[in-house]
Ligand binder design. Sequence first.
Ligand code: PLP
Length: 224
Amino acid sequence: MSQGIISENLQKIKGSIPEGVNLVLVSKRQTNEAILEAYEAGQSVFGENRVQELELKYASLPKDIEWHLIGHLQRNKVKYIAPFVSLIHSVDTRKLLHTINEQAEKYGRVIPCLLQVYVADESTKFGFSEEELLALYEDSIIQAYKSVRICGVMGMATFTDDQAQVRSEFKRIRSIFDLLKAHFHREDPCFNTVSMGMSGDYTLAIEEGSTMVRIGSSVFGSKH
Ligand SMILES: *Cc1c(COP(=O)(O)O)cnc(C)c1O
């Protein structure tokens, strides 16, 4: 069988990511066939941004795939992914965190989560400010929830060609991670993830301390 374009692109991307940085292959809007090509080329971690699509793909694709939810999550939909999701990148409110904890408990799981931080200057993006994050810990919210495990932070830079701005936003996401690590997760080996960087900006993100990049279009091609 000849090697397809998806596995070729995947090898290229993997070759450009240093050891220690994890690749989440963003498979939103991709067919099962496309996902299977990447899976057969060795990729086992996939990211989706919509719950319904995630559920359908989980049901029909190999069970050793790790599914990450990377997009905004509505509280009433947590129950659909709580049984199987491997990492939720997009925890952006206290209420959502509460619901995830509740659902995880129900399924006897501890669900790994990232706290989404808001640094961009676009009102379309979700996430906590630094002050809100500190308050989450100072109010003992994080400490109280036993069925979620906070593994780090996730963030997105502003959609702009201004590289200096993107770089400074990534720096800021990384510095918020370092702050939380130093104050609240010093002895916690699980708090080790900085999810930042997509197809257009992952090189910058890695330079600024990303440990997990979320890449879709560079591997699958862009779909509109
Ligand atoms: C779609 C998406 C990505 C991947 O973007 P590409 O430009 O296709 O690499 C990463 N993160 C989130 C939250 C996304 O919605």
